[in-house]
Structures are given as structure tokens and as C-alpha cells.
Design a binder for this molecule. Structure first.
Ligand SMILES: N[C@H](CCC[C@H](N)C(=O)O)C(=O)O
Length: 304
């Protein structure tokens, strides 16, 4: 982080700001409308941000505005390009963020940690809260991350319309008939608190396509943002897996996600389209890959 100049500090003090203010350089990214503030802390002398600073940065009226903050640090592990820390808009550290992870790959490219276009391989390894992940850039400029395997036995089928599973982050999946008419913030908040309490869960509302069994439309209420976001990566993965299982229960064959052929589901979200591919090996969803668009929106410095 850049230390504040004496003149700037005295300006802040004059304006009765806190003396612990610091100027933080950041980049703003979005992946299918899920937006993030990205901060480079790969230098060992970086000053960590407090939860209050992250909260203020994410504020859409008085800060930069974002669904979360991504912090890139150096990884201690050999062969890993960086370590990713993810914080929700409430400033608190949280579990895996799929879209944030995809955005962090583009940021790593921006700051020169990796050159996907010229590297021998278009895939790197990075560390996240749940362990190691592969990520990379695709020919069309989209970014992907691999998500850890999900066991069928770990997917809870609450009833015909409701599932719960963890795809790096916890996700409740509710199937609905009319997604546009669903009160996502209202019902999402209710399920998040009444069913999952303080720990909470993200809540996805999924409408299956009548024409294409491999396409779903999803809207997500995110815990930690405590509101609907325009897209959610781990939510897209959870919804695609739940939709696959639901087709199996309904005995509506949509082809098999075999160990040879990955099955791809198109996930239409409010802010863009994500794709989720996976294989089914025995009772394990493996080779789970989330891909989609990423955009560098702007960059700057914020005093927080
Ligand atoms: N938007 C994220 C999920 C953030 C998870 C977070 N809201 C939580 O579980 O606390 C994604 O693309 O996967």
C-alpha cells in the first residue's frame, strides 16, 4: 500500500478523518456481472486491510462498490502462481468464490504474474481457501477455474424442489417455474436465515429450460452480500449439478455425464452466461470446470 503523503495526511486530519487512513490501489473486475475489487498484496510489505476498510470499499454509495474483495498474495507452495483470499461485501472472509477466482486470473495477467497468451501452458495453479485450483484462459478470451469434486452422497435432496450442496461455498438450490416472478431477495433472505441461521447459505433459484435440458436460468441470493447478485460462479455449478440430479430423479434422460465425456450446462444469469462442465465417475462429479466472461472495468486508488 502507498503511504499517505504528509500533505495529504494533514488534509485528512484537517477534515477530521481518521489518522489510520491509507491509500489503496485497486482494480475493479466483473465476471458475468458479479463484481469485485481486486487488491495486489503479492509484495511482502503490503499492509493488510481491515474488515472495516473492505466493507467501506464495497459500499456502492460511499466506496467503490462491489460484491466482494479479492486479495492476491504470494503462495508459499512451489508451482503456485498466487494465493487468493476472498471477502464478501460485508468485509468478512468467506469460502470459495468461483467468479472472483476467474477475475483473479485476469488480474494476475494484468500485474504480470502470468502471461497466458505466451506461456507454454494456458493453465496455472493457485491456492484458495479450500485448497489448490487450476485456472486459465480460453481461446475466445474467457477464463475458467476448476472446482473440487462433489460426491453425490454429499448432495442433500431436501425435497423435489430443494437441494443443498457445497461447491466450495454452500448453496441451497430451489427449482421454480417462473424465475422472473420470483422474489429472490425476499425468499432468498428467508431461506438463508430460517434454514441456515448465522452461518448461512447462498440461495439459488433455478428454472429449467423446456426446450434445452442442458440450459438453466438462475438467480442467486448471496450470503455476505445479503442481496441478489447478477451472477454467482459456485452457485452456477451447484445449480447445474442439482439440475442434472433432478433430471435423473425425474427419469428425463439428458444424456450422461460419463467418465469420458464431460457434460456442459449453460447457465443463464442476470449479468451473463456461465458454462459448467463435469464428468460423473461412479458417484463423484469430477473435472468440474466453470467458465465465462471476465471484464476489467476500471482502476484507481481509494483512501480508506
Ligand atoms: N459469488 C461467488 C460466491 C461467493 C460466496 C459467498 N457469497 C459466500 O458463500 O459467502 C461465486 O461466484 O462463487
Amino acid at each position: 500500500m502507498i503511504p499517505l503523503s504528509r500533505a495529504f495526511r494533514s488534509f485528512c486530519l484537517h477534515h477530521r478523518c481518521l489518522s489510520s487512513l491509507m491509500e489503496v490501489p485497486f482494480s475493479k473486475y466483473e465476471g458475468a456481472g458479479n463484481d469485485f475489487i481486486v487488491v495486489d498484496m503479492t509484495s511482502r510489505i503490503s499492509t493488510p486491510l481491515t474488515s472495516g476498510q473492505r466493507l467501506r470499499m464495497c459500499n456502492r454509495k460511499t466506496g467503490i462498490g462491489a460484491d466482494g474483495v479479492l486479495v492476491l498474495q504470494q503462495s508459499e507452495l512451489p508451482g503456485f502462481t498466487f494465493k487468493l483470499l476472498y471477502y464478501n461485501a460485508d468485509g468478512q472472509e468467506s469460502s470459495l468464490c468461483g467468479n472472483g477466482s476467474r477475475c483473479s486470473l485476469a488480474f494476475a495477467e494484468q500485474i504480470g504474474l502470468v502471461d497466458f497468451d505466451h506461456a507454454g501452458s494456458h493453465v496455472i495453479k493457485f491456492e484458495a481457501c479450500d485448497g489448490s485450483h487450476l485456472g486459465g484462459k480460453m481461446a475466445g478470451g474467457q477464463y475458467f477455474v476448476d472446482i473440487r469434486d462433489v460426491r453425490i452422497s454429499d448432495v442433500k435432496r431436501i425435497d423435489e424442489m430443494n437441494y443443498f450442496l457445497n461447491t466450495g461455498s454452500p448453496h441451497h438450490v430451489r427449482f421454480v417455474e417462473h424465475l422472473t416472478q420470483t422474489d429472490v431477495p425476499g425468499i432468498g433472505k428467508e431461506i438463508r436465515w430460517k434454514t441456515y441461521g448465522k452461518e448461512g447459505s447462498n440461495v439459488n433459484f433455478v428454472q429449467m429450460s423446456l426446450q434445452n435440458p442442458r440450459q438453466i436460468s438462475v438467480r442467486t441470493f448471496e450470503r455476505g452480500v445479503e442481496d441478489e447478485t447478477l451472477a454467482c460462479g459456485t452457485g452456477a455449478v451447484a445449480s447445474a449439478i442439482a439440475a442434472y440430479l433432478r433430471h435423473q430423479y425425474d427419469k428425463k434422460p439428458i444424456g450422461c455425464a460419463s467418465s469420458q465425456d464431460p457434460m456442459t450446462t449453460q447457465v443463464l444469469m442476470e449479468g451473463g452466461t456461465l458454462e459448467v462442465a463435469f464428468k460423473l465417475q461412479g458417484n463423484i462429479f469430477s473435472d468440474i470446470r466453470l467458465r465465462g466472461p471476465v471484464r476489467h472495468v476500471f482502476e484507481g486508488n481509494i483512501v480508506v
